[in-house]
Design a binder for this molecule. Structure first.
Ligand code: GLA
Length: 390
């Protein structure tokens, strides 16, 4: 369906030609548990969503890349000689341009292209709309120009695009999840080695409910980079008792034995979150495999509390949404998902409680914050794919 509307819009925008129009899809993701552990070399446990970003793309004869989106009234024409220049004001086109720049460092020589994007992921909601655009672009160009990169390489190039071109120092979780996702599976990914395991998401009568605070993530990028620097500082202090490269190399016991080396109480709390969250993910993966859903839910709750108290990336809106969710009978776990500072929560909700959840949480959340939330029952989908002709 999405593909059909997109093709019609593509022809309306760029006209017809002999060249084939190809259509690609890349999902967003929701992280079940394991927040701010990826850049600390730890475990994460995300899954790809059925929501995502679509791209219709065709080669052209001129030396221009034409970018347009059905979601925004913004177009950009980038001449092939001018692809490495970042565009102003956080323009979304910097995501594909950053990826193209990365592909070029590996020898890619683009021709002219006409590109039209459209997406069903709410922007800025912490569901990886940016990673989705990045990996979608990498996947499409890799396919059309037969570049031979595998999915892990495309995820890494997309992460580098975001780090170096867009300027957000993100870890690998989002790009990896949207590249490698598998329907009805979550990805237990060890971020220092990129070893991963696909774990079936078998939830019986429970559903994954995503609740959007609809709070714009104001200073999110600069605060995100600030947390990363705090973790780097913690690694330096803790290395006095033996070199480590990442916080998540330490078990909770090892961290506790060394934490006195961190003189700053705030940095100590940040490090405690990373180390304790890593331990929670390990247990949570085992719980999901064993069908221990109540225990999984408790770990989700503990994850949120640690992100609120030790990592301090939640804020009133996320905390309120989580508090109200936990009051509903049939909710066994609720936490923020993604970077924080706004965006979404993820909750495990009994199927018979979904209606009550949406009604009661919405009323209470609006009364307390003045904002109107959105709810989506998540379907766990596949990673990036070619959907031409589907
Ligand atoms: C954002 C980043 C990820 C990860 C999460 C927090 O989504 O892009 O790399 O760090 O925040 O877990």
């Amino acid at each position: 369906m999405e593909g059909m509307g997109l093709l019609a819009a593509f022809e309306q925008m760029y006209g017809t030609s002999q060249q084939e129009v190809k259509v690609f899809f890349c999902p967003g993701r929701v992280n079940l548990i394991g927040e701010h552990t990826d850049y600390n070399g730890g475990l994460v446990f995300p899954c790809a969503l059925s929501y995502g970003t679509y791209l219709a793309v065709r080669k052209s004869q001129d030396n221009v890349l034409k970018f347009a989106s059905m979601n925004f009234d913004y177009k950009e024409h980038a001449h092939l000689d001018d692809l490495d220049r970042k565009r102003d004001g956080g323009a979304w086109v910097n995501y594909p341009l950053g990826v193209i720049q990365q592909l070029r460092t590996k020898g890619f020589q683009p021709s002219g292209l006409e590109l039209l994007y459209t997406g069903t992921i709410p922007n800025g909601a912490g569901l990886s709309s940016s990673a989705s655009i990045e990996v979608l672009t990498a996947f499409a160009l890799n396919d059309m120009f037969q570049l031979g990169h595998n999915r892990t390489e495309m995820a890494l190039m997309s992460q580098r695009a975001e780090n170096q071109f867009v300027g957000v120092n993100c870890g690998i979780m989002d790009q990896f999840a949207v590249a490698m996702g598998k329907k009805d599976h979550a990805i237990a990914l060890k971020c220092d080695t990129l070893d991963y395991e696909l774990v079936p998401v078998v939830l019986g009568d429970f559903r994954i409910m995503i609740s959007n605070t609809n709070k714009r993530r104001g200073l999110a990028d600069s605060k995100y980079n600030e947390r990363r620097s705090e973790c780097d500082a913690a690694v330096t202090y803790l290395s006095e008792a033996g070199k480590i490269s990442f916080l998540c190399e330490l078990s909770l016991d090892e961290f506790q034995a060394r934490q006195h080396l961190i003189p700053d109480a705030v940095i100590r709390k940040r490090a405690l979150h990373a180390v304790s969250e890593n331990a929670r993910v390990k247990t949570a993966v085992a719980c999901l495999k064993a069908g221990k859903l109540e225990e999984f839910g408790q770990l989700m709750n503990a994850s949120h509390d640690s992100l609120r108290d030790d990592y301090e990336v939640t804020g009133t809106e996320l905390d309120t949404l989580v508090e109200e969710a936990r009051k509903i009978d049939g909710v066994i776990g609720s936490r923020m998902t993604g970077a924080g500072f706004g965006g979404c929560t993820v909750s495990l909700v009994h199927k018979d409680a979904i209606q009550a959840f949406q009604q009661q949480v919405a009323v209470a959340y609006t009364a307390r914050t003045g904002l109107v939330p959105d709810f989506y029952v998540a379907c766990v989908g596949d990673g990036a794919m070619d959907i031409t002709g589907l």
